[in-house]
Design a binder for this molecule. Structure first.
Ligand code: S3P
Length: 429
């Protein structure tokens, strides 16, 4: 298991690129595999999570070639997916297991899908319930009960449903929409609070039979679509760590090029503006239905704010990094309504509080959030990643402004979303 040592930095002056968006990369190869004919994906995130998606799709008969960050897919249509006797293993990737389960629910054969220990403890009822309602037969083979991975899915013969999401989750929404591609009629997903909409946009880009009507998305089943070209923008969730670093490290000016700025993902920009950050989003353009832009950040004096309500799904993956910023903001930052953080790759509420407190911050756990009193100086410490990439990278960013050298153990998990994180961080020196 790799360790990471991080010493403080006294300034950042750089122009960087971050790797491709994880959510968009998963969807590009999944939808490309269900299309007819050739698709090309550029800027693909070749991280452990997205490679797990490719490996599962290949076992299901998809023809996929990856060279660097370019993927070529020869799709054989919605009915081109073939049965495999092999176990489908998603590793640590929640997006892979939940989205692929939606596709498997549409297949008239039996599949088995699972992942690592973290995946086997994450809630699957949220996808199992609507997929069962559509007619799929799903059984979980866990000692924890029949809605935890490993999942056995016998799909096919699906009927369309109108499903109101009980949690704001793009993974659940996407699982239902993917199953809807195989249902006999029109499937509708209704959201109360919008989660990231990359599946909808990618289906539109591939000219699939999808309709977007505000908080309602409709998909018509059994309608084939053709392959397409996709340019994946940089991942704003990865950029988040460098944005926070540049805000906190003195005398900094950082330009991050070509970052995805889909409005369902840019809550971090809104939050940081409210906190007083000097942050500009420039040169915006739209490609493959996904907006992207450059982000310019300068060292800023931050003030505490309250973060709650509709914005939570738009910052859900960035809360660990935002919490680091809050330790340096003047006043009491409150983050509430974020209970979902407890069921991510780790219990992120507990992991953030323990990590930052160990470095001298003043962080209190709420059942559904965090209260952070700032500013507090941070000191170096011996840390652990909790097996969670976003906790490891947040600790590394905090270490940039801590007194002394921080060691973070068990950082292999960073590979799940951000290969090259360490090199990019060291390149700032
Ligand atoms: C993702 C959705 C979010 C997010 C995850 C990626 C996706 O999860 O936290 O990192 O690509 O659909 P939920 O749908 O569980 O909120």
């Amino acid at each position: 298991m790799a360790d990471l040592s991080v010493a403080p930095l006294n300034k950042i002056k750089a122009e960087i690129h971050v790797p491709g968006d994880k959510s968009i990369s998963h969807r590009a190869v999944m939808i490309g595999s269900l299309a007819n004919g050739r698709s090309i994906v550029r800027g693909f995130l070749a991280s452990a999570d997205c490679l797990a998606t490719i490996a599962c799709l290949k076992k299901l008969g998809a023809e996929i070639d990856l060279a660097g960050t370019k993927v070529e897919i020869k799709g054989s249509g919605l009915r081109g997916i073939k049965q495999t006797r092999e176990l489908l293993d998603v590793g640590n990737s929640g997006t892979s297991i939940r989205l692929l389960s939606g596709i498997l629910a549409g297949q008239p054969f039996l599949s088995k899908i699972t992942g690592d220990e973290s995946i086997q403890n994450r809630p699957m009822m949220r996808i199992v319930a609507p997929l069962r309602e559509m007619g799929a037969n799903i059984i979980g083979h866990s000692s924890k009960g029949n809605v935890y991975a490993p999942l056995e899915i016998h799909g096919g013969g699906l009927k369309p449903i109108a499903y109101e999401l009980p949690v704001a989750s793009a993974q659940v929404k996407s699982a239902v929409l993917f199953a809807g591609l195989y249902a006999d009629g029109e499937t509708t997903v209704i959201e109360r609070n919008q989660a990231r909409d990359h599946t909808e946009r990618m289906l539109l880009h591939f000219n699939a039979a999808v309709k977007l009507q505000g908080l309602r998305t409709k998909v018509r089943g059994n309608k084939d679509f053709e392959g397409a070209e996709v340019d994946v923008p940089g991942d704003i969730s990865s950029a988040a760590f460098f944005i926070i670093a540049a805000l906190l490290v003195p005398n900094s000016e950082l330009l991050i090029k070509n970052v995805g700025v889909n409005p369902t993902r840019t809550g971090i920009v809104d939050v940081l503006h409210r906190m007083g950050a000097k942050l500009e989003v420039i040169n915006e353009q739209l490609l493959a239905e996904e907006p992207r832009a450059d982000i310019l950040v300068k060292t800023s004096k931050l003030k505490a704010i309250r973060i709650d309500g509709q914005i939570i799904p738009r910052i859900i993956d960035e809360i660990p990094a935002i919490a680091v910023a809050a330790t340096q903001a003047e006043g009491r930052t409150e983050i509430v309504g974020a209970r979902e953080l407890r069921v991510k790759e780790s219990d992120r509420i507990a992991a953030i509080a323990a990590t930052l407190n160990r470095m001298g911050a003043d962080v209190k756990e709420l059942e559904d959030g965090l209260v952070i009193q700032g500013p507090t100086p941070l000191n170096a410490a011996e840390m652990d990643s909790y097996g969670d990439h976003r906790i490891a990278m947040s600790a590394a960013v905090a270490a940039l402004i801590a007194e002394g050298e921080t060691r973070i153990a068990n950082t292999d998990c960073i590979e799940t979303s951000f290969p090259g994180f360490n090199q990019l961080l060291n390149g700032l020196r």
